[in-house]
Design a protein around this ligand. Structure first.
Ligand SMILES: [Zn+2]
Ligand SMILES: [Zn+2]
Length: 323
């Protein structure tokens, strides 16, 4: 995976794994320009493969800092997680049943959800190896900055009940801490655990609660690295803006899961907690990109964790990768 420089700021992708799932009904038709631009995301069986990973940041004004933006999906023995599709009384997983009950899903909706789950696959657990390949040991990481607290962005904050980065401060928006530590969140989190083996957010964060520093709204975290509140996907979701001279880079978290969401505003991927607000955040990012040839963006689920920009004058179909 190729590195990117935003002026004097170094940004290196750190791969953790992937999640495979069926393509959405409104995915662009084969042969269309949008389809070609997103061919990298599709497997030969037609399903979409979403990268899971983080970004390693070095800021010229903070030479003693080694910063991770997001923390991947988390530790795993390397096995492939492949959920089954059966909800019959003998085989139903109690945590998946509890999720269906809590969301008042009728028989057809339960089966649709189970069918969807059964077409997903996830494999992860590579983040520390990917960091080592970049020459970074866990104890060297000074800061882990979280876009939001979904399991696939916080997975490596802890391992075996202890901090995975023993010297790191964990930084997160207070609104997401408040949201994800509510007891009812555990119902959704246990479903994800049953499907893909990921720990609930409250359990993943427990070993690092005493080393979390939270923020509210828009803040400068370090010279050249700002957090900007972009609620919608989650209540405390933030994007990160890297600035060096006239160059800017944005790490978009889950404001977009796929570049197609920037060029096709109606295309939806994963559920956002507040869909309308999330749509507005995507439109806001798109407008910033169109107006600024010095701005490149990447997100935690982009294929290859690559950066891209909107070509000047190319309009909605102008997405191009630049790293
Ligand atoms: Zn998310
Ligand atoms: Zn995500």
């Amino acid at each position: 995976m190729s590195s990117m420089n935003i002026g004097d700021i170094s940004v290196q992708p750190v791969y953790d794994g992937y999640l495979t799932f069926p393509v959405e009904a409104d995915y662009p038709a084969e042969g269309s320009p949008d389809y070609e631009a997103h061919r990298d995301s599709l497997q030969s069986d037609g399903r979409r493969r979403m990268t899971l990973g983080s970004f390693l940041i070095r800021l010229p004004q903070c030479p003693d800092r080694i910063i991770l933006v997001d923390a991947g999906n988390g530790p795993s023995s390397g096995q492939l997680f492949r959920p089954g599709a059966c909800d019959c009384p003998e085989h139903a997983h109690p945590d998946i049943k509890a999720y269906h009950d809590a969301h008042h899903m009728d028989g057809a909706a339960r089966q649709r959800h189970l069918d969807w789950l059964s077409q997903t696959e996830s494999r992860y657990g590579n983040l520390l190896d990917s960091l080592a390949a970049r020459g970074v040991r866990p104890e060297q990481v000074t800061d882990v900055v979280l876009s939001h607290l979904h399991f696939d962005h916080i997975g490596w904050v802890s391992q075996n009940g202890a901090p995975a980065f023993p010297n790191a401060t964990i930084r997160a928006a207070q609104k997401d801490i408040d949201h994800f530590l509510q007891p009812q969140q555990m119902i959704d989190d246990r479903m994800y655990q049953a499907a893909w083996g990921v720990l609930p957010t409250a359990e993943r964060l427990a070993p690092v609660m005493d080393r979390i520093e939270s923020w509210d709204g828009d803040v400068t975290l370090f010279p050249g690295l700002d957090a900007v509140a972009t609620p919608g996907h989650t209540p405390g979701h933030s994007i990160f803006v890297l600035s060096s001279g006239e160059k800017r880079g944005m790490l978009l978290g889950d404001v977009v899961h796929c570049p197609l969401q920037l060029t096709d505003p109606d295309f939806s991927v994963m559920a956002d907690i507040d869909q309308q607000l999330a749509n507005r955040q995507r439109e806001r990012v798109y407008r910033e990109m169109v107006g600024d040839p010095n701005l490149a963006v990447a997100a935690s689920h982009f294929p290859g964790l690559r950066f891209g920009r909107i070509l000047e004058g190319a309009g909605r179909s102008g997405w191009t990768f630049v790293s």
